[in-house]
Write a new protein. Structure first.
Length: 460
């Protein structure tokens, strides 16, 4: 798409959606009062925090909205985890400067998009490197309408034999991305840092579709609990050591027949490190290994469940016990620091307010820089192919969000596919020995198999 086409699309969006108006125009025409700050204990009440009704300047108005939203969501995560997290306390202007700094160091152009739905509209705020915040309201994205479409999309995308999801993916793209697409293209953005509100934190953004491509084909994506809650330090991981652990059999849960193939294909094929499988997969051994060597990457191939209610209801399953989210900080993941935690068989209660707080809040609760997890457990075969290509890409590209993007593109383009009893990948064919994994008719290009894998935290 050319730049001029992007401008045309952006202008058409204003015509096609009569409710889509810039904040300044909205105030001039209607002098509409912004919602007042809600009680953070009532997730359904989350909305744009109240601010100055008639600010002197549009930029200061949008800056105030971003600043208040950051503070509001910081409070929500702290209340959910009953924890006082460290905060960078950056202003929106500081965030723009930080994005410039990150761009100069990484060669990646990142934009932060804050997104939350109110009873009246979907609010979008965007900051790009060195630029002032901008904001847009999308009236078609009001809470009732948007949440209904999202619920429908969740149902459609988890039917891997159907393409019914595609129109809904395009409708949601028009609401969530098209309003800011002009700014993304104008600033040559290649990485989206999404800071989103309730019902959106567990949404598979990678599967949004612009009519030609999935969103992940155009941008690397991560989601964060808040810009000020995220650790923006980063290290190249191409020479990092990995601790890979997992289990294929569980006393009180379903088997994961692909775990042995998943881990053996990562170490030593792709990465240097050690593997602990089945009965060796214990919390005690995790602590012991981290005391022995400062592994920068920890890969856990096991059930991880993000459930409704208290964080103690959500857990990572080890062979001997469950480690719940409240206990995560006891592992001291930041002593020495873990740069990347991968949970390859997660399941999240989609759309549940507390479950998605647990998923997106995993890095701040554990102390790791970034985490990769799946919103739903889709396929053992697909997971083996996805993880293999992800780690190859991480070895070559180093940046986490871009590595995950390239692995997902490989599945979209059918360069990772199940063919005549073999898992074909761009690097090699992987033999599958477990009969439980030998399924016919798997189309791994369907977003059911790849769009649930999500990066949370620092994209670099």
């Amino acid at each position: 798409m050319t730049f001029s086409t992007a401008i045309t699309l952006f202008l058409v969006s204003f015509i096609h959606f009569p409710g889509l108006v810039a904040e300044q125009s909205d105030r001039q025409q209607n002098q509409e009062q912004l919602p007042q700050p809600p009680d953070t204990g009532t997730p359904e009440g989350e909305s744009i925090p109240g601010g100055t009704r008639n600010p002197d300047g549009v930029q200061s108005y949008w800056s105030e909205q971003v600043f208040n939203l950051e503070n509001q969501w910081e409070g929500i995560y702290e209340k959910h985890f009953d924890n006082n997290f460290s905060s960078l306390s950056l202003t929106p202007e500081n965030i723009a400067d930080k994005l410039t700094e990150l761009s100069e160091k990484t060669g990646k152009r990142s934009a932060v998009v804050w997104m939350t739905s109110t009873p009246e509209y979907l609010a979008l705020y965007i900051i790009t490197p060195g630029k002032q915040p901008m904001g847009i309201r999308v009236r078609e994205g009001n809470r009732e309408a948007l949440f209904q479409i999202i619920k429908q999309f969740h149902q459609q995308i988890q039917s891997p034999q159907s393409s019914d999801y595609l129109k809904t993916a395009q409708d949601l793209y028009k609401l969530m991305i098209l309003p800011v697409e002009y700014h993304l293209r104008k600033e040559n953005i290649d990485t989206l840092i999404l800071c989103v509100g309730p019902k959106l934190r567990s949404f598979p953004f990678a599967a949004l579709h612009d009519g030609e491509n999935f969103l992940i084909e155009n941008y690397a994506i991560t989601r964060i609990p808040g810009f000020n809650l995220t650790n923006w330090d980063y290290n190249k991981l191409d020479d990092a050591q990995m601790l890979a652990m997992g289990a294929s059999e569980f006393a009180n849960d379903t088997p994961l027949p692909g775990v042995a193939a998943e881990l053996s294909n990562i170490i030593p094929q792709i990465w240097q490190g050690i593997t602990l499988l089945n009965e060796e997969f214990t919390v005690s051994n995790l602590r012991k290994q981290r005391q022995t060597y400062p592994y920068s990457i920890v890969h856990l191939a096991t059930h991880a469940q993000f459930n409704p209610g208290n964080p103690s209801n959500s857990y990572i399953q080890f062979s001997d016990t469950r480690l719940n989210l409240k206990q995560m900080k006891e592992i001291n993941w930041n002593e020495p620091p873990v740069d990347l935690l991968v949970l390859s068989a997660c399941n999240t209660a989609l759309g549940d307010i507390n479950a998605e707080l647990g998923f997106v809040g995993l890095p701040i609760q554990s102390g790791v820089n970034s985490a990769v997890g799946s919103l739903w457990r889709a396929s053992d075969i697909g997971t083996v192919g996805m993880m293999s290509e992800f780690y190859w890409q991480l070895k070559e590209n180093s940046w986490k969000a871009e590595a995950l993007r390239q692995a997902q593109i490989a599945m979209i383009q059918k360069r990772i596919r199940w063919q005549q009893g073999q898992l074909e990948t761009p690097r090699e064919d992987i033999s599958v020995t477990s009969e439980l994994m030998k399924l016919e008719g798997l189309d791994l290009s369907h977003p059911y198999y790849w769009s649930g894998f999500s990066l949370v935290g620092n994209p670099f």
